[in-house]
Design a binder for this molecule. Structure first.
Ligand code: NAD
Ligand code: DAU
Length: 349
């Protein structure tokens, strides 16, 4: 069991990093301090941490994971013993439109953090990664930790490169690392460029629900709180240098998800059946679109006892209701008002 005192979370203003910190502040298993280093890109939303921003054990620093001097200083000043790296460019479509920033943040950024960790031998480095590094599956099978890396998008290639760097630094320099490769997350505070929140928000506004290609691509979906609990388990109990896959055993075609959202929303808002389904619109496919992901997380379950606790139907219902209740969060994202705090406190980049 690894002792965790003070944690440097990178990318904590994003969807999963903020959920991880929410978990740290509610679990009795953690009593230390958290430093959140985030560059405040479009995906970094200060509203995501409103629930604990006044917590005395929390501090925020705006900065880039590529800035080795800054990261070294933070590790020194805050006696950091664990770094959890969520910071990344995370959206596949954006990586197709412009890969450069993915190379910089996901690859150079991870390399920079690893260079810092080399000079702090007591720090454990956990790297948060994705199932997309394994490429695309046919109709059967699931990725396990031995599956070969076959990334297909600039995003997944950059994450694959970062995983390899972490592995190589553990092997060559003996630093303490773990890596987790997780499937698609959903839940509150997810930026509405991703499938599930985009469909919820468009449906509420009676806008088209754009389904790429034939809608039969398959993803495995996991509630974000299950993911962050798995990460905590791996950090505390995972073998040094090891990789763990995290998944929900919860595969759905995209069209089935969109129909589910349409039906749940119809029920919640007491609409005529089929109202929201009529908004579904098939659009041009994503270039290089991976057909199917499925993840075998037996290693994590059998070795460390983790299992997903959220049922998909209930988690999706909860997520839809969260977006319906949090219209202010949504309108601040849509109007760009969530960036006012940044303009007030920092120079907008
Ligand atoms: P996100 O896009 O919501 O958040 C990313 C955060 O990183 C933002 O707050 C952004 O400001 C910050 N950031 C970006 N570049 C930075 C830099 N150079 N320095 C410091 N901060 C920077 O992402 P997410 O969905 O929360 O994903 C978090 C991590 O989990 C990523 O590494 C992603 O690859 C991985 N992951 C995501 C999913 C998913 O379904 N979303 C699934 C598996 C793995
Ligand atoms: O598998 C884990 C990955 O899941 C993470 O590593 C990524 O950070 C995360 O963005 C996610 O990648 P996907 O590409 O799977 O997620 P996205 O929400 O963009 O798309 C999910 C599926 O829905 C995918 O097959 C594309 C499709 N889609 C997406 C959008 C945005 C549509 O059909 N229409 C859409 O408008």
């Amino acid at each position: 069991m690894r002792e965790v005192s003070n944690v440097l979370v990178t990318g904590g203003l994003g969807f999963i990093g903020s959920a991880f910190m929410r978990f740290l502040f509610r679990t009795n298993a953690f009593t230390g301090r958290v430093v959140n280093l985030d560059l405040l890109t479009y995906a970094g939303n200060p509203d995501n941490v409103a629930g604990f921003v006044d917590e005395s054990r929390y501090s925020f620093v705006r900065g880039d994971i590529c800035d080795q001097q800054l990261v070294s200083r933070l590790c020194q000043e805050h006696a950091i013993d664990t770094i959890v790296n969520f910071a990344a460019e995370s959206h596949v479509d954006r990586s197709i439109a412009g890969p450069g920033v993915f190379i910089q943040t996901n690859i150079v950024g991870t390399y920079s953090l690893l260079e810092v960790v080399r000079s702090f031998p007591s720090i454990h480095f956990h790297h948060v990664s994705t199932d997309e590094v394994y490429g695309s599956l046919g109709i059967t099978g699931a990725f396990d930790e031995q599956s070969p890396y076959r990334p297909n998008s600039p995003y997944s290639a950059s994450k694959a490169a970062s995983d390899h760097l972490v592995r190589s630094y553990a092997h060559t320099f003996g630093i303490s690392t773990t890596i987790s490769n997780c499937s698609n997350n959903y839940g509150p505070f997810q930026f509405p460029e991703k499938l599930i929140p985009l469909m919820i928000l468009n449906a509420v506004e009676r806008k088209p629900l754009p389904v790429y290609g034939d809608g039969l691509n398959i993803r495995d979906w996991l509630y974000v709180d299950d993911h962050v609990e798995a990460i905590w388990t791996v950090i505390c109990e995972g073998d040094r240098g090891a990789t763990y896959n995290i998944g929900g055993k919860n595969e759905w075609t995209n069209i089935a998800i969109v129909e589910k959202i349409a039906d749940l929303l119809g029920r919640i808002q007491r609409e005529e059946p089929g109202q929201f389904r009529s908004l579904i619109t098939f659009v041009k496919d994503r270039p290089g679109h991976d057909r199917r992901y499925a993840i075998d997380s037996n290693k994590l379950t059998n070795q460390l006892g983790w299992r997903a606790r959220h049922d998909f139907e209930a988690g999706l219902d909860e997520t839809i209701r969260w977006y319906l209740r949090n219209s202010q969060w949504i309108s601040r994202v849509k109007t760009g008002a969530y960036r006012q705090w940044i303009k007030k406190n920092y120079d907008e980049r």
